[in-house]
Design a protein around this ligand. Sequence first.
Ligand SMILES: [Cu+2]
Length: 476
Amino acid sequence: MNRRHFLRATGLGTAGSMLAVTGCRDSLDANSTASPPPGYRRRDPQQTGATREVHLVAEEGEVEVATGKIYRTWLYNGQFPGPEIRLQEGERLRVTLENQLPEGTTIHWHGLPVPNAMDGVPGLTQQPVMPGTTFTYDFVADPAGSYLYHSHVGLQIDRGLVAPLVVEEKQPHVSYDRDYSLVLDDYLPNTPEPLQASGGMMRRGRRGMMGPGMMQGQTPPYEGLLINGKLPNDPAVFETKRGEQVRLRLMNPSGATTFRVAVGGHRMLVTHTDGQPIEPVTVDALHIGMGERYDVVLAAQNPGVWPIMAAPLEVQAPPAEAVLRYTDVAATQAPPEAVPEGIRGGRVLELSDLQALERPAERTPTRTFDLTLSGGMMSAAWTIVGQAYPDADPLEILEGDVIRLRMVNHSMMLHPMHLHGHFFQVGGALKDTVIVPPHMGRVTVDFLADNPGRWFFHCHNIYHLEAGMAREIRYV
Ligand SMILES: [Cu+2]
């Protein structure tokens, strides 16, 4: 019997436990928590477009990450990244997942607030789809944005079970001529395994790309970093012409890598964070954690062949690279060798730069949770308020609550914290994943509980997730 079951069985609840996370109710008016507040409306997106049917087979296959460099892994429809699903906001998506893998799997529609039963979290919203069986996911694609779909079972993200999901706006707030998805990833040629406690990993004597450093013991043995499944010596190429606007949808479904992204010869106009439109802001570089997405637009006014570079933030390793190539002029430069200025300096996007295009409604929190993020030192566990999921108390809330999560990071690694089923407000922006910086970094987010169910809230470093850095947020 785990701790949770024990507490339920004994009826003790969480009272009296030093470690329990109990929501501090901010209102003393009992009526305010009995039923949703006036004006509250449950999330209920309506289908306004066509129904799209997609068949995805999860199967073993081979991937060529560079010429002659082939490895066997797990894929959607034999592709890596998996096939992009692109549809219009308001369309309905019906995806039949056929599992031909040797173990159970699920698909999570990362960032999209789908109905709870479609969310793809094993043990919480569905049982894993077992080998030889199928499951159909069915939901309305709303709102527009750059999303991801990926397995939510164990460490399967560090196979090849990741792909872009693009819901196009009917009326974008920025204009563009080209629209590309860039999937930033880390490349693990072997079966992913949970990491040991700090010290322990050193014994593994791993080779590969990671240089010496404190974090080496807490990073899987990646052999390189990828953009759209390609190593830098065989890069993905994105074409443009002088005078165009090029929209890049930067997406990070990697297992354990935060990137600093910059483009040679071009500044980036950041237009969306986690798919949601913001007041555009021009920068030379941005940091993108696991699970985050940023859309940027480049003004193509500098003909040539330029590197799009994504350098890892927490480890010493060669960056991922793709190429921006102007097709209407003879290339005046050799293929990129230079490092974009933004990789080392320049204006870096900050959280406070992000201002939603439509200001989120002012809401007063009705329930607040203080969440301490810890781990990486004495044990292999990564915890939230001292508990490692699944032996962790759910955060119990009520429909219509305005929830405040106050996070503080007591560890030496950053944590990209991801909430399923909702966007949260952080500063002036709406996001679903936010980096909580290491060494006592603090981030507070608020969200409206308008999509009932059992929702996962967790670190999107899958090794931290697997070692416990997760909670269920429950209102059913
Ligand atoms: Cu983490």
